[in-house]
Design a protein around this ligand. Structure first.
Ligand SMILES: C[S@@+](CC[C@H](N)C(=O)[O-])C[C@H]1O[C@@H](n2cnc3c(N)ncnc32)[C@H](O)[C@@H]1O
Length: 528
């Protein structure tokens, strides 16, 4: 049957052949190894293709969707009103695109976004005249016309930079710098919103305001005063230096660095705003300062409460793992939503919950607020909403998963279930009270991804050798499985009885830990 080429835009092409649809994606951009045909129920004009944004299955189905409506009062308070609506969507398209080698959920997300971009901009073009070159799913105008470009700095856990880098690439942005605990990339206003909502391993997203050398407080003052603060902070903005960190630099006192930088900002804004008085009753503009070998980097924090706080964890285990670290651990494995994952020490459920969110393509920031939502003259109107809708449209809670969390403590299992319910993924995880002594699984080629106790309390220390020996024994019985285990217990490998195939030093806050990777065999390739 003859193929109809619908569009061919910078390496992207779409074809309709009778009832089949083909999306061809450049391999190097999307990490896509092969192309696949997919079936659609009708052949329609390109503008109607946009309905595929909400497509999840080929059949008509009912889709329950939680939409978050933001009502901004005249005060600075943001009130979130949640309405639950059930609606029936007749889906016209079913998209399956490519095999996705390393990090399936992210690649798929990126590809889906790119496709939406093309369809989205097609539709938007008809609504707004002559908008071109969209870099997001919608074309939006920034506050002053075109979208502003930034350098965005994203801190993460030490040791997880490679994971974050891959996530940023998968979102479609170009990395400009990687240093210990920080990745910088180039992006626009939409990128800032998307990075906050979609990055799983990130801690926060900062706009880099500038960088300069300083060995004295005078140089710090002058360098800071030289930066264009008025481009970001309005006359009523509330600004302060929330954190200063110094490594191998002459200036090291955080409180002094904080107060000098604030004073210099005030001086600069006095001149540019032609005022001596700042009411500071507007939006928040927290500033972070890093000094590394006498080079100062200053950033505006667009996130606020750290990104690891997704909002689903109300109660936690002793020594819970941060959500972004749990997500990064999972992303360092070849696990994907179709494989088995068991956390035998699940505590408050963080690892299984993060895995379930990935399997369901649920963005980590889908249900929280960000400081920069109030930066009306920095972020174009509608961009937060667009990123939020993009995230909501991707969620698919109908995926089949085999994710389990066990803990010896009944109460922890209850807490884990409660957290999963809050995250909206309780149906994708099975939690159960179980001692690691009874760990077993009837299926092959699964993944143990876990954060066992490491003797955090003094009186627990003596129990560690026996506990890690049990982990080793139970793991040996799961002979086709892989195990990924983060621990600060120094004899972990010795007591498990096997040297890890790989290990990685990770800093969980100030605490040094190792991420041990015991690799099992690959499952045989399924035919067909
Ligand atoms: C470090 S915490 C795990 C924290 C978890 N990752 C989180 O984010 O909440 C270790 C957990 O192992 C559980 N545990 C201790 N001994 C166990 C055993 N023998 N079998 C199963 N679970 C055990 C504890 O109850 C605790 O919840």
């Amino acid at each position: 049957m003859k193929a109809t080429v619908l569009r061919a835009v910078s390496g992207w092409s779409w074809e309709l052949t009778g009832k089949r649809f083909l999306a061809e994606v450049p391999r190097e951009t999307a990490g896509c190894e092969e192309r696949k045909w997919t079936t659609i129920s009708t052949t329609t004009a390109p503008t109607t293709l946009r309905t595929a944004r909400t497509a999840r299955t080929a059949a008509t189905r009912t889709r329950t969707r939680t939409r978050t409506t933001r009502i901004r009062a005249r005060t600075r308070t943001t009130i979130r009103a949640r309405t639950r609506t059930t609606r029936t969507t007749t889906t016209k398209f079913f998209l399956v695109i490519g095999t996705l080698p390393k990090c399936p959920y992210l690649h798929r997300m990126h590809i889906a976004w790119k496709i939406q971009d093309r369809w989205g901009s097609e539709t938007m073009k008809q609504r707004k005249h002559g908008t071109e070159g969209s870099s997001g799913p919608y074309r939006h105008e920034g506050a002053g016309g075109r979208m502003r470009k930034f350098e965005l700095i994203v801190p993460c856990h030490f040791g997880m930079e490679a994971v974050l880098k891959r996530e940023i690439n998968d979102l479609g942005y170009e990395i400009t710098e990687v240093v210990d605990g920080r990745v910088t990339f180039a992006g626009d206003e939409a990128a800032l919103c998307r990075a906050n909502i979609f990055l799983r391993s990130a801690e926060r997203v900062l706009i880099k305001v500038g960088s300069f050398p300083a060995e004295t407080f005078e140089e710090l003052f002058e360098g800071t005063k030289h930066l264009p603060w008025e481009e970001y902070i309005p006359a009523d903005g509330r600004f302060w230096v929330t954190k200063a960190a110094s490594v191998k630099s002459k200036l090291f006192s955080p409180s002094d660095i904080q107060s000098i930088v604030k004073k210099a900002m005030v001086e600069r804004l006095k001149e540019s705003c032609h005022t001596d008085w700042f009411p500071e009753d507007g939006a928040d503009y927290p500033v972070r300062v890093f000094l590394m070998k006498d080079q100062v980097t200053v950033g505006l924090d667009s996130t606020g409460v750290s990104l690891h706080k997704r909002g689903y964890r109300k109660l936690v285990a002793q020594a819970p793992i941060a959500e972004n670290l749990a997500a990064a651990m999972i992303m360092l494995t070849p696990w994907n939503g179709e494989r088995i994952l068991v956390d035998p020490f699940c505590g408050s459920g963080t690892i299984p919950i993060e895995a379930a969110m990935m399997a369901a393509h649920m963005a980590p920031g889908i249900d929280r607020d960000f400081t920069a939502e109030d930066w009306r003259h920095v972020i174009g109107k509608g961009l937060w909403q667009a990123a939020q809708e993009e995230a909501e449209d991707m969620v698919d809670l109908h995926v089949e998963t085999d994710i389990q969390g066990y803990d010896i403590d009944d109460h922890m299992v209850e807490i884990a279930r409660d957290n999963a319910r809050r995250a909206g993924v309780e149906k994708l995880i099975h939690f159960q009270r179980r001692d690691v002594k009874e760990l077993s699984h009837p299926k092959k080629y699964g993944f143990l991804i876990t954060n066992p106790p490491y003797g955090e309390r003094l009186h627990d220390k003596e129990e560690m050798p026996a506990l890690y020996r049990t982990i080793g024994e139970r793991f040996r019985l799961l002979d086709t499985w892989s195990m990924y285990l983060i621990s600060a217990y120094e004899n972990a490998e010795k007591d498990i009885g096997r040297k890890a195939d790989k290990n990685r030093k990770i800093y969980n806050g100030m605490m040094k830990a190792y991420y041990y990777q015991f690799l099992g065999p690959k499952p045989p390739k399924s035919r067909g």
